[in-house]
Ligand binder design. Structure first.
Ligand SMILES: *[C@@H]1O[C@H](CO)[C@@H](O)[C@H](O)[C@H]1NC(C)=O
Ligand SMILES: *[C@@H]1O[C@H](CO)[C@@H](O)[C@H](O)[C@H]1NC(C)=O
Ligand SMILES: *[C@H]1O[C@H](CO)[C@@H](O)[C@H](O)[C@H]1NC(C)=O
Length: 274
């Protein structure tokens, strides 16, 4: 009887250890003593689940995973490269694994603050800590852009986005071409032309604008397009969204950038909820 009680008391603890042993087993299959001991509880092979869609199809993760091989803007053909370094590790005797990150704040899915392209805004503190979370969170649209054009004034007019819509994510040819999954930066990506950016600012109430490649503006208009969108400081630009396999339509959009005062961009987790 007493033995049974002890087993019950220690069951959770044992379960924990059996998991640790299972993990060690995978890492060090040859180390003696890491095999299951008495066979009471079979070791559970636990693997994390990685999802694109959560909550029974209701929540779409539209954030790209940050990987070594994802593209970075223009000068780089090698992608992001090594960015995650394990500074302390259990394997080497530390009590925990501890990693540090090192990459551009414009890596992967991210926002641009006005300080990105305006030096006076940079000096004045228009950084990612100063963006309005209300702009980044609320109802909005995911729309498909005609695949044969950049996002010009003419294209925007043809989309007939209703007045009053404040948040729009534009899916383009970039998604079909899977440009974010290619390491080398591709300058032929689709983005806003300067006149498209100006048209959006002057003729719509859109304050959150997102696209599916690293710069929001097309390569030939890359600076002018950013100027047009960021000048008012009221619009938040979200870049490099992962829009594969998400039906176009109305969603509750939620984007939360890392809170880093002084940074003119920040990696951002974005989700769409049906
Ligand atoms: C552990 O330490 C060794 C020797 O200093 C080093 O080569 C190895 O990269 C370290 N491993 C980890 C995971 O920190
Ligand atoms: C978009 O513009 C870029 C240059 O800014 C060009 O290379 C690309 O071919 C254009 N894409 C389309 C679909 O027109
Ligand atoms: C953390 O440590 C465990 C045990 O040493 C190891 O299996 C795991 O790979 C480490 N984590 C990373 C990110 O390397």
């Amino acid at each position: 009887m007493a033995k049974t009680t002890i087993i019950y008391l220690f069951l959770p603890l044992f379960f924990f250890f059996s998991l640790t042993v299972a993990a060690a087993n995978t890492a060090y299959p040859t180390i003696p003593g890491t095999e299951p001991t008495n066979g009471c509880i079979p070791p559970v092979e636990r693997r994390p689940v990685r999802r694109e869609v959560h909550g029974n199809g209701r929540i779409y993760d539209v954030t790209h995973r940050i990987t070594n091989s994802m593209p970075t803007y223009v000068d780089h053909v090698d992608g992001v490269g090594e960015f995650l370094r394990l500074t302390d590790s259990i394997k080497n005797g530390s009590l925990s694994n501890l990693s540090e990150l090192r990459f551009s704040v414009h890596t992967g899915t991210h926002i641009d603050a006005p300080g990105h392209v305006f030096d006076h805004y940079y000096d004045a503190g228009f950084d990612v800590d100063a963006v309005d979370l209300e702009v980044l969170n609320g109802p909005g649209l995911l729309v498909d852009v005609p695949r044969d054009k950049n996002i010009s004034a003419e294209v925007l007019k043809s989309l007939n986005i209703a007045k009053g819509v404040r948040r729009v994510l534009f899916r383009t040819l970039n998604t079909d071409r899977r440009l974010m999954y290619k390491t080398e930066f591709d300058t032929s990506y689709v983005g806003f032309t300067e006149d498209g950016a100006r048209w959006l600012v002057e003729n719509t109430e859109i304050k959150l604008v997102g696209t599916d490649y690293l710069p929001i503006a097309a390569f030939d208009d890359v600076l002018k397009g950013h100027y047009a969108l960021l000048e008012s400081t009221e619009i938040v630009v979200v870049e490099a969204l992962k829009l594969d396999d998400v039906p176009a339509g109305i969603y509750s959009i939620h984007c939360l950038p890392l809170r880093v005062p002084g940074a003119e961009g920040a990696p951002t987790r974005c989700i769409l909820i049906k």
